[in-house]
Write a protein that binds this ligand. Sequence first.
Ligand SMILES: [Zn+2]
Length: 332
Amino acid sequence: MFSRVGRSIYATGIDLWLDSLTRRARSYISHGHADHARPHDLVVATPQTAAICRARFPRKAILSGSTMFEEHPYESPWESEHHRLTLISAGHVLGSSQLLIEGEGGRFVYTGDFKLGTSRTCEEARVPRCDTLLMECTFGEPHFVFPPRQEVEAEMISFANETHDAGALPTFLAYSLGKAQEAMAILGSAGIPLVVHDAIATIADVYVQCGVALPAYRRFTEFETFSDGAALVWPPASKSLPRMIAQKNVVAAMLTGWTADKRSYASYRSNRGFSLSDHADYPALLRYIELAQPTHVVLFHGNQGFARHLRSVGINAQVLGEHEQLSLLDPV
Ligand SMILES: [Zn+2]
């Protein structure tokens, strides 16, 4: 039996919360983004996600030992309450995982956030076969089709070079976990020097400690001159740039899958947008289902339109509403 409580899922049979946003005695965390990762008494996660949590959670929670970690590397199953649990790469950010639960009732997969295809800074997703699939579908509308990654990367590099040649400061707005490090790897591959926000550097340090090859980068300080033609990578949540940067001629580009949606994209105040996403686009969501071959698909961060489309092509699909219990998901 699975229950949805607000934005959290509870797996009764193995007494485990999945990405709970409320503090629990024990919760699985699929990856380090703030809308999935919160301190709990005991966190179940990959070693990379645990390292990211240690860097992002309040220092008090880590130092006092009030948050402990139960770490499981990818593809290393363990037994829990008569079930076999395995963490599988999700291709979203470093350490991101899907949870496979196998029991007498069959095979169940919770995807967390995922992306198919390769990245420069995180493991490629593997799609396991399952009976019941609990999946996110952030981009579950047909107009979300991202251009090939190589094309996006080439455009980002040209934008940085052209902006610099025009005497302006190329600035990439990217979430501090995942997207920013991917942008750093892309720009660094073209020899573009990098200056990054403090929060981005903190996560980049964890990536390097986990063995990811990142190009050299400098933490932004008020003494930065950008004299070597560096590009700036900055989190979009930091509303305004420091005065020292704002005085410069800044040309900003937002990195987001939402560039494919004009209404959402209009809310970002940037000059350009590049469809660099760490989520699956619409065709990739369908491809995932094709590869996993589930009997039931349950959409968690999902929309009714996508569920209707799946049903129209013969797939048993539904959206899991808040405070809803699903006993049909019964491998657990
Ligand atoms: Zn995420």
